[in-house]
Design a protein around this ligand. Structure first.
Ligand code: KIV
Length: 261
C-alpha cells in the first residue's frame, strides 16, 4: 500500500500483469512487475470459457494460491468472480476472506461503482485492500452489449468520475479503468488520490495492466489496446513442432539424454 501511494505521489508508473499459475507468476515477479492480478480472465484465457462469467471462486482459489506461493516481491490481487460479491457487503467480505485465507492474496478486486461503496467500506474496515474496476466491466458484458468503450460523452464521463470518487472515498486503494477514452481516464487520475491502473485507457493513468497472454503474444488475436511485447505463442509452437519431429525421427533422446546404466 505504501508503494502504491508513493508511486502516485512521485509519478512513477505502476506495472501489473495477470498471472494464473506459479510458472508464469515466478517469471513476472522476478522481472519486477509490481502487482500480479489473478484475474477472472482465468476463465476465457485458461479454462476455455467464452467469457469470465462462468468462473467460480473454487476455480479461482488454486490459481491465487499458486501465484501467491511464488510471488516474493509483487502484490497479489485476486479478482472476485461474477456472483460471488454483488448480493451484499457480507457476501463480498466472505469471498474476499477466502481469497486471503485460502489463496494467500494481499488484496482483492471487484467490478462496479458507487453502488458497491458499502462493500468496499466493509472490506477496508476488515483490513482487506480493495481495487475497484470501472469502465468496461467484463462481468456485465451482457448488459453493456459486448466489449465496448465506456465513459464516452459528458454524462457518462461524469458518472465514471463520480463512481471513482465513491470507491476511493470508501477506501479503495486503486481503481482499474478498462476501455475508457484517454481524456476521461486522465481526468479520473487527476482527481483521485489513489492510483488508477489502465487497460485500454491511454497513457495518462498511474499504472498499466495487461492480460499476460496478450502482452506476450500467446494468441493469434489480441485487443487493439494491447501491445504484443513478444511472440511466445509462436516460439512455443515452434519448440513443440521441433520436439515432435525429433521424437518421430528418433533424434531425441540423444546419447547425452540417455542413462546407459
Ligand atoms: O480479469 C482480468 O484480467 C482483469 C483485467 C482485464 C483488468 O480484470
Amino acid at each position: 500500500m505504501h508503494h502504491l501511494r508513493q508511486a502516485k505521489e512521485r509519478g512513477e508508473p505502476l506495472t501489473m500483469l495477470t498471472a494464473y499459475d506459479a510458472l508464469t507468476a515466478r517469471i513476472f515477479d522476478e522481472a519486477g512487475i509490481d502487482m500480479l492480478l489473478v484475474g477472472d480472465s482465468l476463465g476465457d484465457n485458461m479454462l476455455a470459457h467464452p467469457t469470465t462469467i462462468p468462473v467460480t471462486v473454487d476455480e479461482m482459489i488454486p490459481a491465487v494460491r499458486a501465484v501467491s506461493r511464488v510471488a516474493r516481491r509483487a502484490m497479489v490481487v485476486a479478482d472476485l468472480p461474477f456472483g460471488s460479491y454483488e448480493a451484499s457487503p457480507q457476501q463480498c467480505l466472505a469471498t474476499a476472506v477466502r481469497m486471503l485465507k485460502e489463496g494467500g492474496a494481499h488484496a482483492v478486486k471487484f467490478e462496479g461503482g458507487a453502488h458497491l461503496a458499502e462493500h468496499v467500506r466493509l472490506l477496508t474496515r476488515s483490513g482487506i485492500p480493495v481495487f475497484g474496476h470501472l469502465g468496461f466491466t467484463p462481468q456485465s458484458e451482457n448488459l453493456l452489449g459486448g466489449k465496448r468503450v465506456q465513459g464516452r460523452g459528458q454524462e457518462a464521463a461524469s458518472h465514471l468520475v463520480a463512481d471513482a470518487h465513491a470507491l476511493a472515498d470508501a477506501g479503495a486503494v486503486a481503481v482499474v479503468l478498462e476501455m475508457v477514452p484517454a481524456p476521461v481516464a486522465e481526468r479520473v487520475t487527476e482527481v483521485l488520490r489513489v492510483p488508477t491502473i489502465g487497460i485500454g485507457a491511454g497513457a495518462g493513468c498511474d499504472g498499466q495492466v495487461l492480460v499476460w497472454t496478450d502482452m506476450a503474444g500467446m494468441t493469434s488475436w489480441s485487443p487493439r489496446f494491447a501491445q504484443r511485447f513478444g511472440e511466445i505463442g509462436e516460439a512455443l509452437y515452434g519448440a513443440t513442432r521441433t520436439y515432435a519431429r525429433a521424437v518421430r525421427e528418433r533424434t531425441f533422446p540423444a546419447p547425452e539424454h540417455t542413462y546407459e546404466k
